[in-house]
Design a protein around this ligand. Structure first.
Ligand code: BEZ
Length: 217
């Protein structure tokens, strides 16, 4: 399935390393970060899983829950055994303590429902997908990386900051924006309404480019 921004995130019930979960119920009212890894016991994936675990507090501060799907499991082990054994390696090598769920998806139903398998890259393993899901269970961000390129999870946190801010205020975030920096007032706000909506001040650079200090700090 070709999942797009604004679509409802497909729900699923799955066995995971922390027990059976119903995805939407497990998310509750929090934000979700669902990401795929091509395979257990592979080097790039090992560094990624460890990094995400070490950023636990940063995801928690943003009310964002992480869960991971990997369809490439170790032969001779069940998917859950494979995930559980792999986590031990991740923790040993990355100095982490992985406590988010790794999902079992033996028939690739979840991977297919999220379009995580890109057949011209690999018809058996997923690419490195990231889906950010809002409390309304709608997809807010879709990114795909190839298996050869590890993701930058500081960027994922930055996007969550932008998504949460822009969901609440009539602002957008400019290129390379980071939490704490000035934002753009969306074009739908007439210039005469800006002082009332953004009392911290504003700058008019062009009639279509108006900035204001980040309103929620
Ligand atoms: C890795 O995680 O290192 C990896 C996984 C699948 C294909 C290529 C690299």
């Amino acid at each position: 399935m070709d999942l797009k921004i604004g679509d409802e995130a497909p729900n699923f019930t799955a066995n995971t390393t922390v027990g059976e979960i119903n995805f939407h119920e497990w998310l509750g009212s929090e934000w979700g970060v669902l990401m795929s890894h091509p395979a257990d016991f592979t080097p790039v994936c090992t560094t990624e899983i460890g990094r995400v675990a070490n950023l636990k507090e940063d995801f928690a501060k943003r009310n964002a829950k992480v869960l991971v799907l990997s369809v490439g499991t170790k032969p001779g082990l069940t998917p859950l055994q494979s995930h559980t054994e792999w986590i031990k390696d991740v923790n040993e090598t990355q100095g982490s303590s992985v406590d988010f769920p790794l999902i079992e998806d033996p028939d690739k139903e979840i991977a297919n429902s999220y379009g995580m398998i890109h057949p011209n890259a690999s018809d058996t393993l997923t690419v490195r997908s990231v889906f950010i899901i809002g409390p309304d269970k709608k997809v807010k961000l879709v990114i795909s990386y190839p298996a050869s390129t590890g993701r930058n999870f500081v960027e994922i946190l930055r996007v969550i900051d932008s998504l949460q801010l822009t969901a609440e205020y009539q602002v957008a975030t400019p290129v390379d924006w980071k939490h704490g920096e000035d934002c753009i007032v969306v074009p739908a706000v007439p210039t005469e309404d800006i002082p009332g909506k953004f009392p911290k001040g504003h700058t008019i650079i062009k009639d279509y480019l108006r900035t204001t200090p980040q309103p929620n700090i």
